[in-house]
Each structure stands twice: as structure tokens, then as C-alpha cells.
Design a protein around this ligand. Structure first.
Ligand code: ZN
Length: 491
């Protein structure tokens, strides 16, 4: 009896191991390294100019992804236009010719003077220079009609969202006291300026205009000349030509029908964003090379490559559930592609039972997969099992939760769909991540391709396990999305 039980266990165990080896063999056969990595090398090449939504190359990227889906045997989704979901959004574009003078120093818009809210400003006024904390406490008589100049944040404070929260509070106080404008001087992390300039120097989604917003600028000035700090110094801001334009956008999508009579009515969504930051306004030296193209190899050519590889695998070895693939646009502008899709789904959201999104900043641990949203959905054990098959262990969000709302899983999670983000291994979110994250040096040539192959393989195997699992995934009890899940799926 005991022997029989042991034998039965061994047989069951080896049956599983055999099935897993077979799946891994099929994943490898449909995705030999040169084939699997070709989209990463192409999408991240200089030729595609950083896949910014305002550049024509993003359409080349979209067509390439559609062609890859088609070649894999994935079909166009009913309700889409071929392989595309076409839409357009209104953006505000900053002036490229504006100037800000402080004493004898002059700054240029989009280069070293940025506007959190792009709008025309024309004013001449005295400057008052103050520590940020002092500025908030200055009496109305001191700031009325003046341009208030402060140092942004504190030295060694490297959290972008802290800067902007602090700015909003100061704007409110200074508006009440009648200041003419606020100028914050970037004086902290010089390498981070490129990213800030890339974002604020480009087009931004047009929100509801706030006419009462205090005119505000951020200037990049490592040193201020002393004249600016003395009483009587003048500021002159001359910005015109900010505009509004509509930009045509494309989510790329396809699907592979499932094989099970019942489960095939449900969809597993595999998503990634394919856009990135484009080209820097001013080339700069990074790692001994003068560069201007944000290649976005990790972020997120690698993720898009993984969903293309998954299409290649499932095209030959379909799962029980149907698989929906979406390569989103405009993630870098604020998740705009996935927000649009969540509001205008092509496949009904209530048939979309799980979303394994994929997005990347960088990595600093090649034995790890970072599952952003770990511990929150019932599918975790399937993902862990898939990663272990490739010798990888699974960790969570190294920022302690900030990343969850920072990628395309988030709009669908809000609708109730269990939706974590699968990412390259980040043991910590420190300088070893930020030296590549949104930097010019995020290139395919400096990635560990052996690790990328394991990353892709484990992603596909995880997707297969979820797509074949008879149990519908759900948020864990008491998760903030548990209620939305029950509503969406009528549980
Ligand atoms: Zn990004």
C-alpha cells in the first residue's frame, strides 16, 4: 500500500515534470533565440527613433507588431480595424521658442525651462529668491506681483512625485498671496533632468484648462548668478505659441481562439506597451557615447517582444482559453492606450478573466522575476511554478507599491480584472535601475540575452498555466478590487 502510494505519487510527479518539459520544449522550438529576440533588436533600434507617439516611426513599429501577430497565426479581433484599435487624443504642445530671463541668465523652453502646464505667459516682474520653505511663509506684501524663485525639492530628495506635490502646495499658497509666477530651480539629480525634460518638454494630454493656475516654470540651473539673488533683480518671461493638436494613436491587437468548448469563451489578455520616449531635444554623453535616442529596449521593447513570442507559441499550441494580445500605445504619456481600451474594450471586459501585463524599467537581478501585484490575485502559484521551471524566483514590487499604478495593468484592474505586471527582476529600485530607466542607454546591446530568453520563456509558460487552469482567477479576499471583480463577473 505504502509502496503503491509512493509509486502513484512518483508517477503523478513525473507526469507533471514531463508535461512541463514538453511545454518548455515547445516554447523553445517556436522561439529559437534569433527569432525570439528579433523584435527586441528591431523595436529598440535607432531606426525606430524611440517610438514616440508624435513620430512617424511609431506607425512603423505598430505595423511591424501587427505583421508579427499575423505571421504567428493570431487573428484580427472583431470590432478592431484589422489589427488596430484606432483613436485620437488631444494634446497640448509647449512653445519651442519661449524664453525666461532672470537677471543676466536666459533659459529656453523645452530645453532648460519647462512648464508643468503648457500655456502662453508674458510678464516682466521683480524676482524674489527664497528657500522653498521660507517662500511658503513669506507675507503677501513681499510676494505680491513678484516672480518667486525657489530651489526645487531638497538636496538628496530624489522622488519625482514628492517634487510635484510640493510644487502644487506652493502654487496654491503663492496664488492666494498674489504672486505673479513661480519658478522652481532644478538643483538635485542632474541625470534625472533628461527624463523630466523629455516629458514636460513634449506634448501632454490636454486636461481641463485651469485659468487660475499660477504661471509656473522649472529651470535647469546648476548655478544661479548672484545678480538674481539681489534685491531689484528682474524676471522676464516671454512664452507664446503653445498649442493644441490631435494625435492619431493605435493599439495593436490580435487573438488566438481557445480549444476548450467552455473556457474558450473567456480571454486571457497578454499586454505590453510599445511606445517610448522618442528623441532627446539635446544629445548628451552617456557611457562615453553621444546619444539622443531613447531606444527603450527594456522599456518596453522587451515586453512587446515577449507577447509576440507568446503569440508564436500559442499560434502553434493553443490554450484552453482564448488569448487576446494588445500592444498599447502612449503608456509613457500616462497609460493613455490602456485607459482608452478600458473605456472602449473590443472584447467584452467580463469575458477577459485575467491580464498578465508586461512592462519594464530595468533589472538588477537575473535570477528574479518581479511580479508587480504579487499576493493580490489567485493565479500567483501558477506564475511562480512557471518561473521556477526556468530557474527564476518571483518577488514583488521593490518600491513597495508605487509601480502597480504605473503601468497598463492599472486601468483594467480598476474595472475588476485581476491584472498584475510581469517585470524583469528588480531586487531594489535604486541607482542600478535608474541608470537605465528612461535613459538614453536603455539599449538592446547592453542586455543579458540569456536572461531575456528565460524571462520570455517563463512569461509564456505562466500565460499557458493561467489560460489552461479551470479555475477563474480572482483578486484575493479584501483586495480593493474585490468588489469591482464581483460586479464585473456577476459573482
Ligand atoms: Zn517607461
Amino acid at each position: 500500500m505504502k509502496l503503491k502510494l509512493t509509486l502513484a505519487c512518483l508517477l503523478v510527479g513525473s507526469g507533471f515534470a514531463f508535461a512541463q518539459q514538453n511545454d518548455m520544449k515547445n516554447i523553445a522550438a517556436t522561439n529559437p533565440p534569433d527569432v525570439a529576440l528579433a523584435p527586441l533588436r528591431y523595436l529598440a533600434s535607432d531606426e525606430l527613433k524611440g517610438r514616440n507617439i508624435e513620430r512617424p516611426e511609431i506607425n512603423t513599429a505598430a505595423q511591424y507588431i501587427a505583421d508579427q501577430f499575423k505571421a504567428a497565426g493570431a487573428k484580427p479581433v472583431d470590432g478592431a480595424t484589422g489589427y488596430f484599435q484606432l483613436f485620437s487624443l488631444r494634446f497640448v504642445t509647449p512653445s519651442a521658442t519661449g524664453t525666461v530671463s532672470l537677471g543676466s541668465m536666459t533659459f529656453k523652453t523645452t530645453i532648460d525651462a519647462l512648464q508643468p502646464e503648457a500655456k502662453d505667459i508674458k510678464l516682466d516682474a521683480p524676482v524674489i529668491y527664497a528657500d522653498k520653505d521660507i517662500a511658503a511663509g513669506l507675507p503677501a506684501a513681499d510676494v505680491k506681483g513678484k516672480v518667486v524663485l525657489v530651489d526645487m525639492g531638497k538636496v538628496n530628495q530624489s522622488n519625482g512625485s514628492q517634487y510635484f506635490r510640493g510644487m502644487a502646495a506652493l502654487q496654491k499658497t503663492l496664488t492666494e498671496k498674489g504672486a505673479a509666477a513661480l519658478i522652481e530651480r532644478w538643483n538635485t539629480d542632474a541625470t534625472f533632468w533628461g527624463e523630466v525634460a523629455g516629458y514636460l518638454g513634449g506634448s501632454k494630454p490636454a486636461g481641463p484648462a485651469d485659468e487660475n493656475q499660477l504661471p509656473t516654470l522649472i529651470i535647469n540651473a546648476a548655478k544661479l548668478d548672484d545678480g538674481v539673488k539681489t534685491a531689484g533683480a528682474k524676471a522676464s518671461i516671454n512664452i507664446s505659441g503653445t498649442g493644441v493638436k490631435d494625435i492619431a494613436l493605435k493599439n495593436v491587437m490580435a487573438y488566438i481562439p481557445g480549444t476548450d468548448a467552455q473556457l474558450s469563451k473567456q480571454y486571457l489578455l497578454l499586454s505590453s506597451h510599445y511606445d517610448h520616449l522618442g528623441v532627446a531635444a539635446v544629445p548628451r554623453m552617456e557611457e562615453g557615447k553621444l546619444d539622443s535616442i531613447y531606444n527603450g529596449a527594456r522599456d518596453n521593447a522587451s515586453g512587446t517582444t515577449a507577447i509576440i513570442a507568446a503569440a508564436r507559441y500559442f499560434g502553434k499550441h493553443p490554450a484552453k482559453r482564448s488569448i487576446l494580445f494588445i500592444a498599447y500605445t502612449a503608456e509613457e504619456e500616462g497609460l493613455l492606450g490602456s485607459i482608452y481600451y478600458a473605456a472602449h474594450p473590443v472584447t467584452p471586459l467580463k469575458q477577459t478573466v485575467y491580464n498578465l501585463n508586461i512592462d519594464n524599467a530595468s533589472y538588477n537581478d537575473t535570477t528574479l522575476i518581479s511580479l508587480v501585484g504579487i499576493g493580490r490575485t489567485s493565479a500567483d502559484p501558477l506564475i511562480v511554478k512557471a518561473c521556477q521551471a526556468y530557474g527564476l524566483h518571483v518577488g514583488g514590487d521593490p518600491t513597495g507599491g508605487e509601480l502597480f499604478s504605473g503601468s497598463d495593468n492599472y486601468p483594467l484592474a480598476g474595472k475588476g480584472i485581476p491584472a498584475p505586471t510581469f517585470s524583469l527582476g528588480m531586487k531594489t529600485f535604486d541607482g542600478t535601475i535608474t541608470n537605465r530607466y528612461h535613459q538614453l542607454s536603455d539599449e538592446a546591446g547592453n542586455m543579458d540575452m540569456n536572461y531575456v530568453m528565460k524571462f520570455i520563456g517563463s512569461y509564456i509558460l505562466a500565460a499557458k498555466y493561467v489560460a489552461d487552469d479551470p479555475i477563474q482567477p480572482q483578486w484575493t479576499a479584501k483586495d480593493v478590487y474585490e468588489g469591482a471583480w464581483k460586479t464585473l463577473y456577476e459573482k
